[in-house]
Design a protein around this ligand. Structure first.
Ligand code: JFZ
Length: 566
């Protein structure tokens, strides 16, 4: 990318990278059926029948001021609302398609105009979701897999009829009728050509040069400003795939579903948000309003409680950068700003002293973000030259000062510099994330290798960590031996589902974390070691994790856990 283009792209995305947290709104005609946004396809509802639902769609309770207020109180800085989902119903006044909220319903108002005005008033960026390839209402939309084959004959479709006469004119309407648009969130573009995707980006930029475009426009990473991860996907680590965002449901549905009452707690939302932001990502958290225009009460309740924590701790979230450590920390997560480091300590890990390995900077001051007087916390710093090991100790008050996660602020001499080697943690464990391994394929065997440093020798259980999708049969995916070589010792075994962790902060429904104990090894000396894993689940780090995230079992990391510790 040319320097000038790169500068423009960096400028364009700045507000979004600082915003960190947005509200996703899946709202459309499908809300009248209360079975989610795929109901038309799931039940193969004929277009003529589906259109009839519009005559009953009259969301009188819709109140733009209330909705934007919910986002604001939650600490969200942008709203991405479905202007048109796969069902083809436009939730704004479209001049090119009568199947829209103004012309086809008794409601008759352009709610996007009302929302645009309210976002402007409350300083929230308005953004649109647009299903640019799938459209089950239009006779000529063509997707790689998901088409309306119950009304239309695939062979008779003419994609460019849809593309030039509906999709692009509607995108133009969205960019010219509602003021500045922060971003267009395109979705599910299977089959769109790179040429059409590229042209679409130029088309958008011709109307609003600063409007961001997500990766699902298609052909990422060459096209698009940032990467939308797979639904609910929290990536393994600080991805170098550039800026990225996790779209996440508050329950387990996007569009309103009267059956789905599996709500995430405020604590779970905060932990996942901190996990995501500490890896350099944004969280786009969804609400699915009802046919009456109401954001479900439970959604509002969870968002308000999460918002109270963010209100107190926003300094450690907004405008921060990812943790510089190449691994997750057992007690929580790290975010940084120039000459600042924020330690997000999970309350259950709070103790009378916190130790941090690998920070090279002199710590000028340490204090609790919750302490308005910023009283000094006693600290000790030491360095062991023989093993190039930095240790910071921070004495803490007896109890954690905040809910869920409590934050320690470190004022540093200079910007954060850390030892980027994998390192044994204070608990004695070593977490080796796949995404930072040296991967290779030798004689048809996939291997991953890590170098790491230990300071507390001893006996260790070797634990394989995977993410497993709901309703997956473990044995269907792990039925071959994996091998581990470390310090002249070899382990060979077929991983078993030894421990299932349902609400891991590092993954999200429909995934759970699975630990498999592969065996035991002994490391007798402090210093540098290396571990090589041979396993057919090893994946190259990829940009296209969206498809990858759909896999039933994903290898995430390998851990060394001191014997006798959990
Ligand atoms: C798509 C839509 O089909 C769905 O209705 C919702 O709007 C969601 C946010 O986006 O679903 C997807 C699209 C892509 C992936 C997963 C679900 N993916 O790449 O893993």
């Amino acid at each position: 990318m040319l320097v000038e283009e790169q500068t423009k792209a960096t400028e364009r995305i700045k507000w979004w990278q600082e915003a960190k947290f947005g509200m996703f709104i899946h709202w459309g005609l499908y809300a009248t059926l209360a079975k989610g946004e795929w109901v038309m396809a799931a039940s193969k509802i004929p277009v003529k029948e589906y259109e009839q639902f519009a005559t009953q769609f009259n969301p009188k309770e819709f109140n733009a001021k209330e909705w934007v207020g919910v986002a604001k109180r939650a600490g969200m800085k942008y709203i991405v609302i479905t202007a048109k989902h796969h069902d083809g119903f436009a939730m704004y006044h479209s001049k090119v398609e009568k199947f829209n909220i103004v012309d086809a319903t008794p409601f008759g108002r352009d709610l996007m105009k009302e929302l645009a005005e309210e976002c402007q008033k409350q300083g929230i960026k308005l953004c649109f979701y647009y299903s640019h390839v799938i459209d089950w209402h239009h006779p000529h939309s063509v997707h790689e897999y998901y088409n309306n084959t119950w009304d239309y004959n695939l062979e008779e479709k003419a994609f460019y009829n849809y593309w030039h006469n509906l999709a692009k004119p509607q995108i133009q309407e969205l960019l010219t009728q509602y003021g500045d648009i922060g971003l267009l969130w395109f979705d599910t573009a299977g089959g769109l050509s790179k040429k059409d995707s590229k042209e679409l980006v130029e088309f958008v930029r011709s109307f609003q040069p600063n409007c961001l475009i997500n990766s699902r426009v298609s052909h990422w990473p060459n096209i698009g400003d940032y990467q939308s991860k797979g639904d609910n996907e929290i990536p393994m680590y600080g991805e170098d795939s550039g800026p990225w965002e996790t779209p996440m449901t508050l329950n387990q549905s996007w569009g309103y579903s009267d059956r789905d009452q599996v709500w995430k707690t405020p604590e779970s939302i905060i932990r996942k948000m901190v996990n995501i932001v500490s890896k350099g990502g944004n969280l786009l958290l969804n609400v699915g309003p009802t046919a009456e225009g109401i954001i479900p009460e439970k959604s509002v309740e969870v968002l308000e409680q999460a918002g109270e924590w963010i209100e107190r701790n926003g300094e450690a979230i907004y405008g921060t950068n990812a943790s510089p450590f190449p691994y997750e920390l057992e007690w929580g997560a790290v975010t940084i700003k120039p000459s600042r480091m924020y330690l997000h300590v999970n309350n259950e890990k709070w103790s009378d002293q916190l130790k941090l390995f690998g920070l090279k900077n002199k710590v000028v001051k340490a204090y609790l973000l919750a302490d308005s007087e910023r009283r000094n916390l006693p600290i000790t710093q030491s360095y062991t030259e023989s093993i190039d090991h930095h240790v910071l100790g921070i004495d803490l008050p007896k109890s954690a000062p905040d809910q869920y996660i409590s934050i320690i602020v470190l004022e540093l001499e200079g910007n954060a510099q850390v030892d980027d080697q994998f390192m044994q943690q204070v608990s004695g464990s070593v977490n080796l994330d796949l995404v930072h391994a040296e991967t290779a394929v030798e004689k048809n065997e996939k291997t991953a290798k890590w170098d790491f440093k230990i300071t507390q020798p001893g006996a260790f259980d070797v634990v394989l960590v995977n993410f497993k999708k709901i309703n997956t049969v473990w044995e269907d995916h792990y039925h071959e031996e994996v091998k581990v070589h470390i310090a002249g010792q070899e382990l060979k075994t077929i991983p078993q589902e030894d421990q299932l962790i349902k609400d891991s902060p590092a993954c999200q429904y429909p995934y759970s974390e699975v630990h498999s104990i592969l065996g035991r090894v002994h490391l007798y000396d402090s210093g540098n070691n290396s571990l090589t894993l041979t396993c057919n689940k090893i994946q190259e780090k990829s940009f296209g994790t969206e498809i990858w995230q759909a896999e039933a079992v994903k290898l995430r990391s390998i851990k060394l856990v001191p014997v006798g510790k959990k």
